[in-house]
Design a protein around this ligand. Structure first.
Ligand SMILES: Cc1cc2nc3c(=O)[nH]c(=O)nc-3n(C[C@H](O)[C@H](O)[C@H](O)COP(=O)(O)OP(=O)(O)OC[C@H]3O[C@@H](n4cnc5c(N)ncnc54)[C@H](O)[C@@H]3O)c2cc1C
Length: 291
């Protein structure tokens, strides 16, 4: 099923993101996690695409497996970095042949030290959106950055580039993680003012590790609200306390987002099930959301 159709339903769509494991043992453990989370009946799951080109086939294999063997609608993240147009055509046609109907079209980050001006077949996310649209048969999503992409210098450019992706055929946007809902709602307002009308799905990551989240926030330019950061730092070293704080903050974020009518929530699960399970159970109970 095309994911864009899911968002036309009159209820929030919950989706879970995983990354392809590096080892067979990790693969087995991930399948257990996915099966546990499948009981929560997600609208779909998605699998990230590593920068290491050789490992991308693991992404595509996992997406096919979740869809075919577990019967869950699945979306492959596809990054442009290091792919020629002919390789990309093979990737997209291969996915389609395996019955995959949904991709998240991403530029990806260049490896450290790479020359950003070196010639490449795809420069930006929008180039992949156009290419995938021409291949046909795929529902295409794209990334949105509520705190502005680290390489952007102004909001005008950031939103214009998001609008270009939508004009090119992107049917929904999923946001980068954020910890303050005000950033998401300001982004949505800017996007709507620029004529972007597709669903903008908030991406939520429950914090599970203090150094881990600081690293990630640094990479993506995310702001962690001062009060939450202070609580996390005070709990650092106590895994259970950090988990509890992460679940509490993410649950509060989700409650507010859902009360204000978001089309769904995309959970960055980091391949673990407990936090997402706890958040979703609390939300379903408190907001009386049907299974
Ligand atoms: C939901 C989500 C999932 C992700 N999954 C993955 C994943 O699986 N694998 C992975 O490696 N990374 C992933 N990322 C990270 C993503 O690849 C990086 O954030 C990347 O740096 C930007 O990708 P993009 O598709 O937003 O790029 P773009 O849309 O190309 O935007 C990147 C920058 O270029 C600017 N820009 C865009 N178009 C133009 C243009 N025509 N001219 C000039 N400037 C332009 C934008 O304003 C922005 O500053 C994900 C991000 C999100 C939000």
């Amino acid at each position: 099923m095309r994911i864009a159709e899911l968002y036309t339903r009159d209820r929030p769509i919950f989706s879970f993101e995983f990354f392809p494991p590096r080892t067979p043992k990790g693969g087995e453990s991930l399948l257990r996690t996915i099966k546990e989370l499948a009981r929560l009946r997600p609208g779909f799951v998605s699998v990230t695409c590593p920068l290491d080109k050789a490992r991308r086939r693991d992404t595509f294999a996992l997406v096919v497996r979740t869809k075919r063997d577990l019967g869950i609608e699945s979306m492959a993240h596809v990054v442009t970095v290091d792919y020629s147009r002919s390789e990309m055509a093979e990737v997209l046609e291969g996915l389609r042949r395996e019955g995959i109907e949904n991709i998240l079209a991403l530029r990806g980050d260049l490896p450290e030290g790479a020359d950003p001006d070196a010639p490449r077949d795809f420069r930006h996310g929008v180039d992949l959106v156009r290419f995938a649209r021409d291949v046909g048969g795929l529902c295409i999503g794209g990334a949105a950055h509520p705190e502005m992409h680290p390489s952007s210098t102004d909001w005008q450019g950031e939103i214009r580039h998001a609008a270009e992706k939508v004009e090119a055929g992107c049917e929904f946007l999923v946001t980068q993680l954020f910890f303050d809902n005000a950033d998401y709602f300001r982004y949505v307002e800017r996007a709507r003012s620029a004529g972007i009308e597709v669903p903008i799905v908030p991406g939520i990551m429950p914090v599970g590790s203090v150094p881990g989240i600081k690293r990630m926030a640094n990479m993506n330019g995310n702001r962690i609200p001062a009060g939450f950061l202070a609580e996390l730092e005070a709990a650092e070293g106590d895994d259970a306390a950090v988990h509890e704080l992460g679940v509490r903050h993410a649950t509060q974020q989700c409650e507010d987002l859902l009360a204000r009518g978001v089309p769904g929530i995309h959970f960055y699960t980091l391949n673990r099930s407990p936090a997402t399970r706890e958040i979703l159970s609390a939300l379903r109970e408190r907001l009386a959301i049907p299974d």
